[in-house]
Design a protein around this ligand. Structure first.
Ligand SMILES: NC(=O)c1ccc[n+]([C@@H]2O[C@H](COP(=O)([O-])OP(=O)(O)OC[C@H]3O[C@@H](n4cnc5c(N)ncnc54)[C@H](OP(=O)(O)O)[C@@H]3O)[C@@H](O)[C@H]2O)c1
Length: 255
């Protein structure tokens, strides 16, 4: 294990109970990191931690929409070298039916949580001489999409936050980046396909095909592909990649 690229590193992965976060936890553990897996669903975290390769992994119950819950979770987590702020939620409505409450819900989880986590953890990374912050944003943080104004705004917000913090910590041993996937084959994409099917009367398979067709590669990204990019950004030799919002969407946003 000692010669693995992330040996000796401790990674906090939020939203680790399923989907992209689970794949990131599995990948970072395969690369030698010890995982602190965070989410609200304790059973799913416990079964993940048991199944991860290596030893010393832990589950921490944390609701990233709730500041005291984040503080309690971080008290349990201890020192962290790799912060992977992945937990996220999606909701869709036309702009004129998107109310304040929906904005607040999405901003708290998709944007503010990263700021709350980083301001507690990054000073310790700087003091110990190494750190990585990777936010799982979205290509909706780089472009607009119909019926998702609050989601797009929250993801643009976290990308803007990441860019500002990257300036502040550029002279330290910490890097800060965002990965911006297109549609990824998880529950979140499945729920979006179901909502489209319900609203349009099309089949869920048809709706999924429409989402996949938004990529020039005509497919959804896999959780493992997102995990691969996150792991790469965490490696020592990714030191020069800093302040970047990296699209991972099969070329959807290429010019
Ligand atoms: N799937 C896509 O197409 C796609 C595309 C681009 C970007 N993304 C982004 O990728 C990230 C992961 O998405 P996913 O597709 O894996 O979604 P998912 O399958 O719905 O999983 C979401 C994860 O976030 C956790 N979570 C949600 N609200 C939370 C809260 N208040 N506190 C703590 N944890 C919370 C969930 O755990 P619990 O329910 O157990 O708390 C779960 O582990 C999100 O930020 C999402 O916006 C997804």
């Amino acid at each position: 294990m000692d010669d693995l690229p992330l040996a000796g590193k401790i990674a906090l992965v939020t939203g680790a109970s399923r989907g992209i976060g689970r794949a990131i936890a599995e990948r970072l553990a395969r690369d030698g990191a010890k995982i602190v897996a965070a989410a609200r669903t304790k059973d799913a975290l416990d079964s993940l931690v048991t199944a991860l390769p290596g030893s010393g992994h832990r589950a921490v119950t944390m609701d990233v929409a709730d500041a005291p819950s984040i503080e309690r979770g971080l008290d349990d987590a201890g020192a962290i070298d790799l912060l992977i702020s992945n937990a996220g939620i999606a909701e869709s409505k036309p702009y004129d039916r998107t109310d304040d409450a929906m904005f607040f819900r999405l901003f708290e989880v998709n944007a503010l949580a990263s700021a709350r986590l980083a301001r507690r953890l990054v000073p310790g990374m700087i003091a110990r001489g190494f750190g990585r912050v990777v936010v799982v944003a979205s290509n909706a943080g780089l472009s607009g999409y119909s019926y998702t104004s609050a989601y797009c705004a929250s993801k643009h917000a976290v990308v803007g936050w990441m860019r500002a913090v990257a300036h502040e910590v550029a002279r330290t041993p910490v890097t800060v980046n965002a990965v911006c996937p297109g549609w990824v084959d998880t529950d979140m994409a499945g729920d979006a396909a179901s909502r489209i099917a319900q609203k349009t009367g099309r089949t869920t398979d048809d709706a999924r095909a429409t989402l996949a067709a938004m990529s020039p590669q005509n497919r959804m990204i896999t959780p493992g592909e997102v995990a691969h990019l996150v792991a790469t950004l965490c490696h020592e030799d990714a030191r020069g990649i800093h302040g970047q919002a990296l699209a991972l969407d099969g070329g959807q946003l290429m010019r």
